[in-house]
Design a protein around this ligand. Structure first.
Ligand code: FEA
Length: 142
């Protein structure tokens, strides 16, 4: 943990983000940690941080979205298709950022990209992931 810590203003995961599944909640926590660590490295300098972070976040997002969508399917969550579209849009957005970074690195700065990813995470978890919390809760119950 860096000097910023766990405080909400640091963009850390919060209890209110919990959806009730250990795997998914753990992955969400990892996501926030990864963005915060990338931010710390970027603050210490180094353009290459952006490329590495985006690559890593993109792979982690694919893994997380797959697990989350599997859970939604297992819970018979009716919002799965819409949710998959939101995931796909994020994957496309990050891929576009990576492409821009590869062709014109100076156009994609950590100061712009990392807060944008963090904002997307908060918006998506609170606005969409949280909606399937009741299905997770009911899962396995008669
Ligand atoms: Fe629907 Fe989960 O996805 N949080 N993220 N990223």
């Amino acid at each position: 943990m860096g000097p910023c810590g766990d405080a909400p203003e640091c963009g850390a995961w919060r209890e209110s983000f919990r959806i009730g599944d250990d795997l998914i909640d753990g992955q969400h926590q990892t996501f926030f940690r990864m963005v915060a660590e990338a931010q710390e490295r970027a603050d210490r300098g180094g353009v290459e941080v952006v490329g590495r972070s985006l690559n890593f976040l993109a792979s982690y997002a694919v893994l997380h979205f797959r697990d989350e969508e599997r859970l939604m399917a297992a819970c018979h969550y009716p919002g799965l298709a819409e949710h998959q579209r939101a995931h796909q849009a994020f994957v496309v957005q990050v891929a576009a950022l990576l492409k821009t970074f590869e062709t014109a690195p100076s156009q994609v700065t950590a100061q712009e990209v990392l807060p944008m990813i963090r904002d997307w995470l908060v918006f998506h978890i609170l606005g969409m992931d949280k909606q399937f919390e009741p299905w997770v809760e009911r899962m396995g119950k008669p």
